[in-house]
Design a binder for this molecule. Structure first.
Ligand SMILES: Cc1ncc(COP(=O)(O)O)c(C=O)c1O
Length: 372
């Protein structure tokens, strides 16, 4: 018998993705157009049209191996942010870059710092590779309690310190001043990884602007969200310090970016129009749903989200997240059950901000459930 050597297999932790619309339509006998898919933080307007065109053209070339260095994509990203393309590493989604980061910069048993709760893959990948996740609990309404985070940096001296801005699952923001404090307080052996997967939805994105000031800072971004390319799988890491990038480019799977990912990524990263249209709608609808939810008695929106999702707190003691999640499914509304997000628990649901028809359907369904 072959024995797996991965520590994570013993933890049994797996990522639980949002359900697909097809699955819910089939299981509950609901017409596909009557489904509101609010569990995966996807783009309501679909893919960047420019990326779509480029992907179609690139599909003609899929008999050929892609450029394993993804030079065109790294150049496009570098040009966009005024950083040398050699200071960019691309991955099949940001998740691949996170996995490479953990393998490249932490050895077995090294500490990796993160908030609890956080994007589950920091923890799962750290466990998979036998690294030691260290958690900083969040405060009331998911305040990131940055004084405690900085204390933990000093106590545990992690090899990687993850910060997520806006935070997943709460959408809460870490201020620029606090990220600067973290970069300044980090021990010399600590790489600060600022995950900006949802940064386009915030008013003042600042991570890239800090890169030239802090050689220990690496920013992670993805084309899955505001660019609408979640199914294409394009993410990247960027730093002013090449030493934080080269090790990942050395260990990455050789042809990790296919012809369509490279071409679609180049077109997508330059489609400012699509991003602007998406962001405008999300910001409007975030305000709209916040207002609509004020009339609910059993549920409350956790304030302060700068992302395209928010947490709904279940305040009625006789309800819990799995019960409400299942009741919502019956009404064609897919959200994320807090019980499936490590460290979040059964009093919360994570809900996407989307078009008004979906926000209305979600609030109606909650009104219905609270009167059961
Ligand atoms: C905070 C955060 N980082 C990274 C990702 C991964 O994005 P990608 O689709 O690029 O792998 C997600 C996806 O949900 C996320 O929430």
């Amino acid at each position: 018998m072959i024995h797996p050597s991965y520590a994570a297999l013993a933890t049994g932790e797996v990522y639980v993705p949002g359900l697909s619309a097809e699955h819910v339509a089939q299981t509950y006998g609901i017409a596909p157009h009557a489904i509101s898919k609010l569990g995966s933080a996807e783009n309501p307007y679909g893919p960047s049209p420019k990326a779509l065109l480029a992907v179609r053209e690139a599909s003609e070339k899929i008999s050929l191996y892609p450029d394993w260095t993804a030079a065109k994509l790294r150049s496009a990203i570098g040009a966009k942010f005024g950083i040398d393309p050699d200071n960019v590493v691309c991955g099949s989604g940001e998740t691949e870059v996170i996995s490479m980061l953990i393998r490249a910069f932490a050895r077995p048993d090294d500490a990796v710092l993160m908030h609890k709760p956080c994007f589950p893959l920091y923890r799962i990948y750290a466990n998979c590779e036998g690294r030691k996740p260290i958690f900083v609990n969040m405060g009331a309404d998911f305040d990131p309690v940055m004084d405690e985070y900085i204390d933990a940096l000093k106590t545990h001296r992690p090899k990687i310190a993850f910060l997520t801005n806006p935070h997943n699952p709460s959408g809460r923001m870490v201020s620029e001043a606090d990220v600067i404090r973290v970069c300044e307080a980090a021990p010399p052996e600590t790489l600060v990884a600022l995950d900006e997967a949802y940064v386009h939805y915030t008013e003042n994105p600042y991570g890239i602007g800090l890169l030239h000031r802090f050689p220990n800072l690496l920013v992670l971004q993805t084309l899955s969200k505001a660019y609408g390319l979640a199914g294409l799988r394009v993410g990247f890491g960027i730093s002013a310090n090449r030493d934080l990038i080269l090790p990942m480019r050395h260990i990455k799977p050789t042809w990790n970016m296919g012809q369509m990912q490279i071409a679609g990524g180049v077109a997508g990263i330059n489609d400012d129009e699509h991003v602007a249209r998406t962001v405008k709608t999300i910001v409007e609808m975030r305000g709209y749903v916040a207002q609509r939810m004020q009339g609910l008695s059993s549920f409350r929106m956790v304030p302060g989200s700068g992302a395209n999702f928010f947490l709904t707190e279940i305040v009625a003691p006789d309800l819990d997240s799995t019960l409400v999640f299942n009741e919502l499914l019956k009404r064609g509304v897919i959200v994320k059950d807090g019980s499936d997000i490590i460290g979040l628990g059964s009093r919360y649901l994570r809900v996407d901000v989307n078009l008004q028809v979906h926000m209305d359907r979600f609030v109606h369904a909650l009104e219905d459930i609270q009167s059961l």
